[in-house]
Design a protein around this ligand. Structure first.
Ligand code: FCB
Length: 447
């Protein structure tokens, strides 16, 4: 497998999923605290109150990353930890935490990639309407500028949003994520404001931190029609419009796809759709999160009139997601051809499995190792086809709070015993360590 010289190997996490310390050092409440503490919303009633206790164990966790040879680490900032009410008073202890984390990473030669919004909106802002309120554009931009001012001298890579589709639709239409709404018009309103906040934040970040690289992370799916029939092909195209093109077209073309706008009709009433051109600011890179493909048939379900087809006989992860590495290559190649981003990173890719307990200090997870190997191979194939892929981040560094699934879904390369907070490498972590070492050896210039 061929990877360019400066290709970065990393792992990713997010604040609410690992930090814990939910009530400490002045952190404000976030929508996930409220949502997870509301009965019925998460598996087993799990919350992120403690999670991986990373807030207290970050030094040990950075040492763990270094022991795996990671060259980059993608994490997110908890907005309510640094601005407890979302706007107004700043919490110095919160800023100090991220300062120390960044310094610790740099001391270990690990490049920080900062995501500004990975879903933990301050509850105080939700109480003011959250992302449905157009003021959220300014709230986010001010927060982004604050962080860039504080960390921009050391953090070179900034991601405004993680997966706007999930924020909008899983949070406001399917209701499975905080804030738990079920209203399609509200979801499109949220998507619009999140996209505009991205467009405003990018120049604001560059203004206070000249020379940094700024991008956004989208969750993209390879949609494939269940048959060659015109109906199934059209259905797959609609799903692609809903999930992929709505955001790609906004960010790269400054417009929403016509077919979707027509289809959605009155659902979009009250939105000034033309303003989406403000979301299309030149980016330094696009982050792509990829987990699976979806096979789509025409069907009776939902506003898209589609049906997701389960492909029997193919491997699936514990989440029920089909293992389909070719889809990662397809997505990377397609985005490069249709949208020409200057650079790409795979900012998340990984799999949940029911891991066995540790034996002799290691967890055997052959399926995750195979998933990782196959998807890294797909990255190499994409690069060979001309994709400007600059790095790969495994999701996730360690087992963590998997949102509505609580702690039962383990995505980590490293196993976490949540009773003791012990970190135990899985076989996949050791495989990844060796892969990174081999890449480095192949590219180190002879002395
Ligand atoms: C992505 C999220 C990430 C994690 C993985 C499994 O959608 O960005 O936080 O939950 O899925």
């Amino acid at each position: 497998m061929e990877f360019p010289d400066h290709f970065l190997w990393g792992a990713a996490t997010s604040s609410y999923q690992i930090e814990g310390a939910a009530q400490e050092d002045g952190r404000g409440e976030c929508i996930w605290t409220r949502f997870s503490h509301t009965p019925g919303n998460t598996y087993n009633g799990d919350t992120g109150d403690v999670a991986c206790d990373h807030y207290h164990r970050y030094r040990q966790d950075v040492a763990l990353m270094a022991s795996l040879g990671l060259q980059a680490y993608r994490f997110s900032i908890s907005w309510p930890r640094v601005i407890p009410q979302g706007t107004g008073a700043i919490n110095p202890a919160g800023l100090d935490f991220y300062d120390r984390l960044v310094d610790e990473l740099l001391a270990h030669n690990i490049q920080p990639f900062v995501t500004l919004y990975h879903w933990d909106l301050p509850q105080a802002l939700q109480d003011r309407g959250g992302w449905e309120n157009a003021d959220s554009i300014a709230w986010f931009t001010n927060y982004a500028a604050l962080m860039a001012q504080r960390l921009g001298d050391r953090v070179r890579h900034w991601i405004t949003h993680n997966e706007p589709w999930v924020v909008a639709f899983v949070g406001h239409y399917f209701g499975r994520h905080a804030p738990g709404k079920c209203n399609l018009a509200a979801a499109y309103r949220v998507a619009h404001h999140v996209l505009l906040s991205h467009g405003e934040a990018v120049p604001a970040i560059r203004q206070v931190a000249p020379g940094v690289q700024v991008g956004i992370t989208l969750d993209l799916v390879d949609f494939q029609p269940a048959s060659e029939s015109a109906d199934d092909i059209a259905a797959a195209h609609r799903e692609d419009g809903f999930k992929n093109r709505w955001f790609l077209d906004a960010v790269f073309k400054g417009r929403y796809p016509d077919d979707m706008v027509t289809r959605l009709g009155a659902t979009l009433d009250g939105l000034d759709l033309d303003t989406v051109q403000r979301a299309a600011v030149p980016l330094d890179f696009l982050g792509i999160n990829y987990y699976s493909r979806n096979v789509i048939a025409a069907g009776p379900h939902g506003p898209l009139n589609t049906q997701h087809v389960h492909v029997d006989g193919r491997p699936h992860t514990a989440m029920g997601w089909e293992v389909y590495p070719d889809g990662l290559r397809n997505v990377l190649v397609r985005v490069t051809r249709e949208y020409a981003p200057p650079a790409l990173y795979v900012t998340e890719n990984g799999a949940a499995y029911d891991d066995p307990p540790p034996v002799n200090g290691v967890v055997e997870d052959p399926q995750r190792q195979a998933y990782l190997a196959a998807h890294v191979q797909a990255c190499a194939e994409a690069i060979a086809q001309g994709v400007p892929l600059r790095g790969y981040f495994a999701w996730s560094l360690m087992d963590n709070f998997e949102w509505a699934e609580g702690y039962r879904m383990r995505f980590g390369l490293v196993y976490v015993d949540f009773a003791t907070q012990e970190r135990i490498p899985k076989r996949s972590a050791l495989y990844y360590r060796d892969l990174i070492a081999a890449h480095r050896a192949a590219h180190s210039s002879p002395a």
